[in-house]
Design a protein around this ligand. Sequence first.
Ligand SMILES: [Zn+2]
Length: 225
Amino acid sequence: MLLNLHTHLLKKQANEQIIFNEIIPDSEEGLENFSLQGTDNWLSAGIHPWYINEQLYNLQLKKLAGIAQDPAIKFIGECGLDRLKGAPLPLQEEIFIKQIRIAEDLKKPVIIHCVKCYNELLSIKKIVRPRVPMIVHGFNTKIEIARQLIDKGFYLSLGGALLHEESNALKVLKEIPLERLFLETDDKDISIIAIYQKAAEVRGLSMEELEKIIFDNYLGLVGNV
Ligand SMILES: [Zn+2]
């Protein structure tokens, strides 16, 4: 089975297990009408830093805390920090920390969106000291940052950037400990098979070996927190 850690699209290959991401809406109407989609899949749910409503974030958090109890929701997120887009950074940090606390209460791991905020992410982890595992998704930044994150216990999920020969993600793939690796398609309409094939080739594994490693990583997170 090909575990796709993070996707925004409700479509899948025959042998694929998706974790479909639900974004908590940023309008009153959206919050009232919100219901989980595709609960025959595994889900993640969170307040994305682009969609924090400065007037409504308490309602957004309340909605998240309510739905996050649903057993279909395996992860909290994506949530996190984005220096280039979204709410002011101090508010993003506050909402991110509150979502980590929800994850801690429910013992569900966190899927993180992080753009140019790795120092902030590392210091939040140091201050909050969550026991739940944290996965930085769509990682495609310098290898030095990957090393720091791995050293601090983070998992990394790599996606479409692996298909570009010069990408940072590909450099990270070459040296990441396999027990910290996940693979994903995110919002791109690409095949998870192509990503697994690339990763298997780079790490000198068969598809079956890689599938098992990634799925065991998932079981380790969701079963052991
Ligand atoms: Zn995403």
